[in-house]
Design a binder for this molecule. Structure first.
Ligand SMILES: [Zn+2]
Length: 387
């Protein structure tokens, strides 16, 4: 039997050109905004300017905070929160990839409360943020699903803990998902972010709490990615491919909210907490197939469904279809050069045990919903298999 807990309070505007309608949705949110973004891509692709123009049109003052890096860190969040307090910011706009939008969520809960961001992290201070500034999410990548979930992934640079937090008040109030903004996403980012959405979907599909609501979205997202990632990878400005990949990311974000990811994300968080230069989507592609082999006996029936429905495997026997599904997944990843070994990425073998332990400790929640009852020793073995 299944259970469903559904709380999805975000107003999602999904369409080509949606960014030009931002002004309609920011009325009444306040007089001053903080735009949270990265150093260059939103300037290059013109999206920052579009946001600025619309704020000006509505006579809303703004400050641009453009210090967000991939795998964003808690000290940057604290710096931005301090600006919000001093400048009396009314709402935040996260513009960019998952790092920018996730950071805007973290800033939104830190600024109106006392202290620092890490005080509101379960493995940190463990406090619950009572208040939050309204959040507007404008993703420029199609992968994290942060536009449709409450989660924010931030790393503490001192402890190397890469955690995910999520509260009812960290859902974006409004998400503007405009596939037009994704057209300039570089080839490697196109692959990394799409595969992030793929793993949100497949992990939700294997989650012990999987249910018909998230299953239908998860399978649909995986199918869209398998059909359209090869197209967008070759021809970045193919708007049809970008529309399908953007929607795959958003629906995978909904699956994260409804059901959630499993241990593959704990393995990856452990890994990129130690090695922040490893892109999230690449890390997931490295560990994913090995995790699925490790817990094969517990997921083969569902893996067979993925094989048949997503990869067109024609095989009646579930175990055989499931094995073919893993092979097809590796073949698909190979198209984008994502089947790397950890040794190739200069990960030190002696770190694997500590990486597994950290991933296990900071993401216990996702381990608990992983079929097969795995522990940190199992995670360490999976990482060794990827080496
Ligand atoms: Zn992810």
């Amino acid at each position: 039997m299944f259970k469903i807990y559904s709380y999805l309070p975000t107003k999602i505007i999904f369409k080509v050109g949606a960014i030009n309608e931002l002004y309609k949705h920011i009325k009444g949110l306040g007089k001053k905004a903080l735009i949270v973004t990265g150093k260059s891509s939103t300037k290059k692709n013109g999206s920052l300017q579009k946001v600025q123009e619309q704020l000006e049109k509505e006579n809303i003052e703004y400050i641009v905070f453009d210090k967000i890096i991939p795998n964003p860190i808690s000290t940057t969040v604290d710096e931005a929160a301090e600006i919000c307090r001093k400048e009396k910011i009314d709402f935040v706009i996260g513009l960019g990839g998952g790092s920018a939008v996730d950071s805007s969520k973290a800033i939104a809960i830190t600024a109106p409360n006392l202290g620092k961001f890490w005080d509101y992290v379960p493995v940190g201070g463990g406090k619950i943020p009572e208040k939050a500034l309204p959040i507007i999410a404008i993703p420029t990548t199609h992968g994290t699903g942060t536009e449709a979930d409450p989660f924010s992934v931030i790393t503490n640079p001192l402890t190397r803990e890469k955690v995910g937090i999520g509260y009812d008040n960290t859902f974006p109030k409004i998400s503007i998902v405009d596939p037009e903004l994704m057209k300039t996403l570089p080839q490697n980012q196109t692959a990394y972010t799409s595969m992030d959405a793929f793993y949100h979907s497949i992990e939700a599909f294997f989650n012990i709490n999987a249910n018909p609501y998230s299953d239908v979205l998860a399978l649909d997202a995986m199918k869209r990615i398998v059909s359209y990632l090869p197209i967008a990878y070759e021809k970045g400005d193919d708007i049809e491919a970008r529309i399908h990949l953007s929607w795959a990311s958003t629906e995978a974000g909904i699956t994260e909210t409804l059901t959630g990811v499993i241990a593959n994300h704990a393995l990856e968080h452990g890994l990129s907490g130690f090695y922040p230069d490893i892109p999230h989507g690449l890390g997931l592609c490295i560990t994913g197939p090995y995790l699925f082999e490790y817990i094969f006996d517990h997921i083969f029936e569902r893996l067979a469904i993925v094989g048949r429905e997503v990869f067109g495997v024609y095989e009646a026997d579930d175990k055989k279809a499931a094995k073919l599904a893993i092979k097809k997944l590796r073949d698909f990843q190979e198209l984008f050069n994502l089947n790397k070994r950890l040794s190739e990425l200069k990960v030190r073998k002696e770190d694997l045990k500590e990486i597994a332990k950290t991933g296990y400790r900071i993401l216990k929640g996702v381990i608990a919903v992983t079929p097969g009852n795995i522990n940190d020793e199992d995670m360490s073995q999976i990482l060794k298999n990827c080496y």
